[in-house]
Design a protein around this ligand. Sequence first.
Ligand SMILES: NC(=O)c1ccc[n+]([C@@H]2O[C@H](COP(=O)([O-])OP(=O)(O)OC[C@H]3O[C@@H](n4cnc5c(N)ncnc54)[C@H](O)[C@@H]3O)[C@@H](O)[C@H]2O)c1
Length: 286
Amino acid sequence: MSSFLVSPGLLGLVDQVALVTGGATGVGRGSALQLARAGCHVAIADINEEAGVSTVEEIRALDRKALFIRADVRRRDEVRAMVGRVCAGLGGLDVAVNNVGNPLAYGSVLDFTEEQWDAVFALDLKTTLFCSQAAAVSMVERGVEGRIINVSSTSGVVGAPSIAAYGAAKAGVIHLTRTMALELAPYGIRVNCLVPGTHVTEQIQATLDSDGPMAGFLRASAAATPLQRLGDVLETGGVTVFLASKLSSYVTGQAVISDGGISLTTNRPPVSAIRPKALAHVEGGK
Ligand SMILES: NC(=O)c1ccc[n+]([C@@H]2O[C@H](COP(=O)([O-])OP(=O)(O)OC[C@H]3O[C@@H](n4cnc5c(N)ncnc54)[C@H](O)[C@@H]3O)[C@@H](O)[C@H]2O)c1
């Protein structure tokens, strides 16, 4: 029987240090703000300095320390320097949220070029390896029982028409999480995955407002979602807090889906119905 009891400090996050990559906007910003509300000091690493500094100011307004670090997490040297700057600037690193990612390339799997495939894997999977490696080494060196949270997508759990490379890379993020969880368990480091469905980021709100074809897809997604709406980034941020906190102290290697239930349904709309260019010379098909 565990001696763990619910108490006012039950999250165990007060004065802990968190790093959120891609935390300037979107899902990452939601995680950064919720971690700060839970008591963390937060470093934001991003290539968008203007938005990153604005998020840092929001966190400071919550009476937490915050730091902006300009880093392209596709570059291993910049990732190592980023972790060093978090430890130097905020006094350690307890929670690493590896959030950078984007579908980047849309189209039929039959038309994907090698360059597109490599670009998606570089942004969506290799960054997860670089960031989780650097965070884990730092945690082990300092004897910290840290938590690593990798961000995947429901497109990495169910089929992902029109975004095949992204789906494959995000499935890879879930698998990498499981392996890292096993390898890092002896050090007391927990590694888990946040798996969002569609959430209303600044970019997705702009797409909805534009009323173009992608807006139609997003509205269809909201209608097909059992909870009848898209997600709010503060909701995925809540899952991040759970995975970072003592509430999940016996949870490791897991993928926690936050998608209003859409991955359970059979009526998830495709991003678009694209006829493959590679089959343009063949009769029939849709
Ligand atoms: N928004 C969604 O609906 C949704 C759904 C499923 C999964 N996700 C996942 O959540 C994560 C965040 O997605 P989002 O929609 O909030 O994206 P976003 O584009 O709104 O934010 C991504 C942030 O990462 C930064 N960034 C991009 N490339 C970078 C790089 N090389 N180095 C450092 N920073 C970089 C951007 O400047 C931006 O601030 C991604 O991994 C994405 O795959 C999002």
